[in-house]
Design a protein around this ligand. Sequence first.
Ligand code: SF4
Length: 446
Amino acid sequence: MALTGIQIFKLLPKTNCKECGVPTCLAFAMNLASGKAELDSCPYVSDEAREQLSEASAPPIRPVDIGKGVRACKTGGETVQYRHEKTFFNPTLLAATVASDISESDLETKLKIWNAFQFERVGLNLRPELVAVKDAGGDKDAFANTARIIAEKSEFNLILMTEDPDVMQAGVEACGFKRPLLYAAADATADAFGEIAKDNDLPLAVKADSVEALIPLTEKLTGMGLKDLVMDSGSREIKQALEDQVAIRRAALKSGNRALGFPTITFPCEMASNLDTEAMIAGMFVAKYGGIVTLSDFTGESVFPLLLERLNIFTDPQRPMTVTEGIYEIGNPDENSPVLVTTNFALTYFIVSGEIEGSKVPSWLLVKDSEGLSVMTAWAAGKFAGDDVGVFVKKSGIMDKVKHTELIIPGYAAAIAGDVEEELPGWTIIVGPREAAHIPGFLKSR
Ligand code: SF4
């Protein structure tokens, strides 16, 4: 039974030392009760209190680690129903499917194509994480061999999909070192799959034919000592599948239903007859609340929009994406290279730096902390004022790197030119283009 904020407060040290990031123990207790804080944030909880608080502090949706290596990933761990309440933490994982009877050469070709789907955006590498191996015909050697090739020859992590415990055991022996997700324990196979997952310390998916029918299954498996579960409510009809996702999230977060406090796996690949429709359904699950989305294939036009959608949804809406304040060298600049200044909003930085790079004119780009605001917004909010920019340029150290005294400011901040000049006596302030797309032409014409 979850504890109330006041009950939790009684177990805290009550020193209001603020080390947990909030001003009082009471505020921390309230956050803990509503799932917005983690017990580990308070270093002073006694062991006795920790034991009593473990129920209250456990995340309402368990975070489950899947895979190893550079594409190791986590699903679940969410604490709010709606992103604007706080943020979503662990992006929906994207999986493509292969049948276990695929030939080795076809599999290697697919892995090579899929591996190339990596996209740089705002300093992040966006890419899918998982390949699901689907048992075709119950041949455990073929299943194990396909799993082994994926595990050994690619960065992808795996979902092993079979209804046969013997086939699953063979798959686990082939790729268990990569911590695959086992899919799926059903009524008839819960004991056998539960044992395999427990013996190998692997995450296990649970499949039922409704949300209600998941509850006894997860209770049985947690009773066996399994903690890392992923749930499939069984529906392959779009409306029902969406309703199931919402009901599961609501039950875990609002009603504190521990039996449904696990991430979900969804199967657009079994809900549509073509990849375009699959991708649209997958988009729905990225927004509402699929932990894993399984497609029949990855293509650039399906996976790229899904990666962008999840990037947008799984970023903190209260914290703009930023880059670190400082001097950025683009294309080996020297003492005669132009000096530009902009704000630290990540999108602004990557667009501006991309255009400078495209111009092939080696340059110094000064990035001033503007609390993650774009140039126009930062200027309007007083975060990119002329005197501030001038002081920043002086302190940045750029004067030790160049022997000229020209600074290019963004066109949208033309109004600050006079103030910057006052702060930087002897410097010439040049107003650059308003649009980043015009930067290459501007730099080349100087
Ligand atoms: Fe209270 Fe612990 Fe937070 Fe300090 S760190 S204010 S003791 S809850």
